[in-house]
Design a protein around this ligand. Structure first.
Ligand SMILES: *[C@@H]1O[C@H](CO)[C@@H](O)[C@H](O)[C@H]1NC(C)=O
Ligand SMILES: *[C@@H]1O[C@H](CO)[C@@H](O)[C@H](O)[C@H]1NC(C)=O
Length: 824
């Protein structure tokens, strides 16, 4: 900005010079221009009450040059006029304008102030001399109404006049004026109440002065008058007002109270402001009332004597208002004599405040083990009402269904009345929360306080288990078979939340059992064998879970339960005889019912008495019986029969087969197992009392389990063919034997049953045939022979099995190792 100004003049210097030269030339050339003013109207009469913006005059200015530069209005004396330029496009050769009245708030024109204005319009051409033209505006007078001033016009004046005022004294002058100069006003009263006032009072209609009656006032007659007065100007315009004239008694009588009737008044608190308490009345009319000493909360209307409340009285906040002693004084205006009245105003307390507590909803966390009498909370409530009647509070507990009889109020203190119980389903549904509503009441208000008590668990109970019957499991149960589960429970919530484990009794290898930790079911983990171990004393530990606010394993409780698992028997062991093969040599002279062989049989899963023995084969001629003992002995039934011509001849070798079956006394015979013992008895048909001692033999214990076998058909076919071939072979051997050894037919009697023919090897037969001379001695005296027998027993003695020839149906014993067999 600064630099522009400093450089400007030099640069622009030539242009203003040219302009000024032009303007001077133009101005000189217009010196002879003629400017014409045309006013419409040429004479203006403007009423003094003209409206604002009214057009006062129009003016047209013309020039013979198009250079009218400025038009200025001058008003003398200064007045509310304004020149409006309505020229289409100034500047030019003409100017069209209007002078308007410009008094926005009115009242500028006043005939009585300025009644003539001079408007001068000055027009000037560029560089020309101003040319002026003037018109006069006559402000026309308009009549205005008189003005009634002060309280007279509204609401009305009040004049108090002593009764003993001087006659003709001026009481009142009606305050009225008129703007119109020289106008005269006249005063009339429209009404006088009472009407007697019109004759009593002196009223000058020309100046509006009211005077005391010429005879003076008499209070008995004149008490007060209400006058309504009109003020008219000469043109008929008017204003009006009223005046009340009160004549005051000036007698000596003092005023007195005629009300209220009672000196004690009772009102309620909290009444609205300005409520009438009582009204004081006096036997005097020209009096006013006042409170002798300012009484808090009350005021008195001095004219009417009405005692009212100054505000809404609240004794709760200001107990001083409960009893108010009020002294009211009534005073005569004129005599100033007065009287007082002592009034007591009782303000009663209302139950307008409900109980208020410091909290209305609160939640507490309490352990279920909290002791009876424990305080949970003490309500802090109060009632703002002042009197004890209204501020006394009572507390009432409203428990929810779960909390009934468990909590009690001791005054405003909530206490535990009975043991709290966490372990209930009903409480679990509501998240272990008791909801207690405490009603806090005054005589008419109720405030509810809700206290929520949330219980936390305590692990109170040990797990318990019932007294278990012995668990039993069959020894042939498969792996995974369920044995049983101890029945355990726990009263802490969550109920029966237990973990099971076996802590003793399950240490065998392989581990016999396992337990489901969740439900305690004990199952078979490995195969059992009653014959090895039949009773497992078990101890199961039960631990409760999550029954305390403290995390596991803190405060966990544990119990154990002991019981036995009995492995019950399944008949899986056949009877066993020791040995399974017996051999004995006896003399045929042995008496009847003498023991030949004492059997030694037993069964691992049956008692000795539960075994039955039956001779099922080889008992030719029924020469042997079983004794009644257990295990039984083979007894001779009678003497043997040899060398009897034409009679029965017993064989010399008996191959007795004894079937031993277990579970004889069980009703269910389907699981019976059996064995067969083979007893070979050689009978020496000789009369001797000393039997050949039995050769000590090493025998093999065999177990034969009889089982039902059903061969396939192809097997039967093969066996039939094999049988036929064997039959053919036997036939050929028999034929050969018959041809080469005729004695065979002498030895073997065709009439005898097949099983009566012992099929002994030749050397054995020979040995037996050689024995009859003196078998006991020979055995004793022939150490070579006995030693040979002990050390290298004949292969025929190593029989460990028995079978039936499928072709002939004959039975034979065999040695499974050497394949040697012997017919029975
Ligand atoms: C008295 O004057 C008031 C204005 O001051 C006017 O409104 C009223 O009409 C007048 N009363 C009569 C009766 O003219
Ligand atoms: C008003 O009452 C008072 C007290 O009773 C009495 O002295 C007085 O004369 C009475 N005044 C009039 C004007 O009756």
């Amino acid at each position: 900005m600064y630099s522009t100004m400093s450089g400007g003049p030099r640069e622009r210097y030539p242009l203003p010079i040219i302009a000024w030269c032009f303007l001077i030339f133009s101005g000189l050339s217009s010196t002879h221009a003629t400017i014409t003013f045309t006013w419409t109207p040429s004479v203006v009469n403007l009423p003094e009450n003209s409206a604002n913006l009214v057009i006062v005059a129009n003016i047209n200015i013309t020039s013979d040059t198009p250079n009218i530069n400025s038009v200025v209005l001058t008003v003398t004396p200064p007045g509310p006029f304004l020149l409006i330029d309505n020229t289409p496009s100034p500047p030019g050769s003409s100017f069209i304008g209007q002078v308007i009245l410009n008094s926005p708030s009115g009242g500028y024109l006043d005939y009585e102030t300025v009644n003539l204005y001079k408007l001068t319009v000055s027009a000037q051409e560029l560089l020309g001399t101003p040319v002026t033209s003037s018109i006069y505006i006559n402000v026309a007078d308009v009549n205005e109404a008189p003005t009634c001033n002060g309280v007279f016009s509204a609401p009305g004046a009040t004049i108090r006049v002593r009764e003993d005022e001087q006659p003709n004294a001026v009481i009142y002058r009606v305050p009225a004026t008129d703007q119109d100069a020289g106008d005269t006003l006249t005063f009339t009263w429209l009404s006088v109440v009472p009407a007697s006032g019109a004759t009593r009072l002196q009223f000058n209609k020309l100046n509006g002065v009211i005077r005391v009656p010429a005879t003076g006032f008499d209070y008995e007659v004149d008490k007060n008058y209400l006058l309504q007065i009109f003020v008219n100007d000469s043109k008929g315009l008017s204003c009006n007002g009223s005046v009340s004239i009160i004549i005051m008694d000036s007698k000596d009588e003092p005023p007195g109270f005629t009300g209220p009737a009672s000196t004690t008044i009772t009102i309620s608190e909290e009444l609205p402001q300005d409520t009438l308490v009582t009204t004081f009345t006096s036997n005097d009319t020209t009096v006013y009332f006042e409170l002798v000493s300012p009484a808090e909360g009350f005021y008195i209307e001095s004219a009417t004597g009405k005692l009212k409340t100054a505000y809404q009285l609240d004794v709760d906040n200001n107990p001083l208002l409960l009893i108010n002693y009020i002294v009211v004084r009534v005073t005569n205006y004129i005599s100033k004599r007065s009287a007082t009245f002592n009034l007591r105003v009782n303000v009663t307390d209302q139950n307008d405040n409900p109980p208020v507590c410091t909290f209305y909803n609160h939640i507490y966390t309490i352990s279920e083990g909290a002791a009876i009498g424990t305080s949970i909370t003490t309500l802090s409530c109060r009632d703002h009402d002042y009197t004890s009647t209204n501020n006394a509070l009572t507390y009432k507990l409203i428990p929810d269904a779960n909390a009934k009889f468990r909590f009690a109020l001791n005054g405003s203190t909530l206490q535990i009345l009975a043991n709290l119980e966490y372990d209930s389903f009903a409480l679990s549904v509501v998240d272990f929360q008791y909801t207690l509503v405490i009603e806090v009441k005054d005589i008419s208000h109720t405030t509810n306080v809700t206290v929520m008590v949330v219980l936390t668990p305590v692990n109170e109970f040990d797990p318990s288990c019932n007294i278990l019957p012995p668990f039993s499991i069959s020894e042939d149960s498969p792996v995974g078979a369920l044995i049983d589960a101890p029945v355990c429970w726990d009263f802490d919530y969550p109920l029966n939340n237990l973990r099971y484990s076996i802590i003793s009794g399950n240490t065998d290898i392989p581990t016999p059992f396992y337990i489901n930790p969740k439900n305690g079911q004990i199952k078979v983990l490995n195969k059992l064998d009653r014959e090895k171990k039949s009773v497992y004393p078990m101890t199961v530990q039960v631990v409760d879970l999550n029954n305390d606010i403290a995390a596991d394993p803190l405060n966990q409780r544990t119990s154990t339960v002991a019981f036995n698992i009995f492995v019950t028997n399944v008949n899986d062991e056949p009877p066993v005889c020791t040995p399974a093969f017996y051999e004995q040599t006896i003399y045929s002279t042995l008496a009847a019912l003498q023991s030949v062989v004492q059997m030694q049989c037993s069964d691992l899963d049956s008692s000795a008495l539960d075994l039955t023995y039956t001779i099922i084969g080889g008992n030719t001629n029924g020469r042997f019986v079983l004794s009644n003992a257990w295990p039984p002995a083979i007894l001779t039934r009678s003497t043997f029969s040899y060398f009897t011509l034409g009679g029965v001849t017993d064989p010399k070798d008996f191959q007795l087969l004894v079937l031993i079956e277990d579970e004889a006394t069980k009703a269910d015979k389907t699981r019976r197992l059996s064995s067969t013992a083979t007893i070979l008895i050689h009978v020496v048909p000789w009369t001797t009392t000393v039997p050949t001692p039995a050769t000590v033999l090493t025998t093999k214990i065999i177990n034969v389990v009889d089982t039902y076998w059903k061969p396939d058909t192809w097997f039967i076919a093969v066996m039939v063919i094999a049988g036929l071939l064997l039959l053919l072979t036997i036939a050929l051997i028999s034929f050969y034997c018959w041809k080469s050894m005729p004695c065979c037919w002498k030895c073997c009697k065709p009439s005898q049953p097949v099983d009566e023919k012992p099929l002994l090897e030749a050397n054995k037969m020979e040995e037996l045939n050689n024995k009859p001379e003196d078998p006991p001695r020979k055995t004793q005296k022939d150490p070579i022979n006995s030693e040979r027998t002990r050390e290298t027993p004949p292969p025929s003695y190593g029989f460990d099995g028995r079978a039936e020839d499928p072709t002939s149906g004959r039975e034979y014993v065999f040695n499974s190792a050497t394949g040697e067999r012997r017919w029975l």
